[in-house]
Design a binder for this molecule. Sequence first.
Ligand code: MTE
Ligand code: MO
Length: 256
Amino acid sequence: MIARRQLLGALPAGLLLSGCDALTKVDTLKAVVKSGEQATYRWQRLVGRDGLAREFSAADLSPVFKVNGTRRPTNSEWQALEAGGFADWRLRVSGLVKKELALSMADLASLPQRTQITRHDCVEGWSAIGQWTGPQLANVLKAAGLRDGARYIVFLCADDYGGEASKGGLQSSSRYYESIDLVDAFHPQTILAHSLNGQKLGAGHGAPLRLRVERQLGYKQAKYLMQIVVADSLAPFGQGNGGYWPDRGYEWYAGI
Ligand SMILES: Nc1nc2c(c(=O)[nH]1)N[C@H]1C(S)=C(S)[C@@H](COP(=O)(O)O)O[C@H]1N2
Ligand SMILES: [Mo]
């Protein structure tokens, strides 16, 4: 017979409570989901989050790569930059860095480039295989130099995104942002992509620059990058959960 203590040890304590009110049950479920997310996180770290996402060949490219979320930022700053061919756009790198940077597209092009053909998986149930090109985020971070306490890389985007009722959660429109930890930031397939399938990114796919973090789901792939902030905490950004969709109930760590 399995000892009762062993059984109890395997279950989240909250689930053993009877007669808890609805609110407590919801909180308990959230805690279980949260512990599942943390388990995935720890598991990937254990079995090697340095492992590469699968790369495909040119023959596998999807004929159409769907545009999802923002299709074209509506704010005048981004539209003016687009009208100027992004000549005046700069990627600011700030926060816990030794040297703040303001990189032009030419600066980014002067770094070693990586090209990778990967599959993008959106939580909404579609996937697409595309070829992405750009410098590795690691080299940009090395150029800036991380200061003590650096734990997260936060990506601030140009677009305000309005929540969609069909997707649940908070529906206020707010600035899109995302964040990753340093393991993902220094992963070799984590790049700042300026091109998809050999063409400069159009308005739909995140011009002029977007994140590709290939071990994670679609919503982590922040488009329309404006600024990278190196931080010790996610609390000051948005509602504190590390991203536009994480602020609306999606997992921060969306490992696949
Ligand atoms: N700035 C910004 N980044 C974003 C989004 C967005 O609306 N705004 N949508 C996300 C989601 S849910 C997905 S699936 C992908 C879609 O990228 P695509 O339009 O190139 O297919 O971008 C992600 N990054
Ligand atoms: Mo998505």
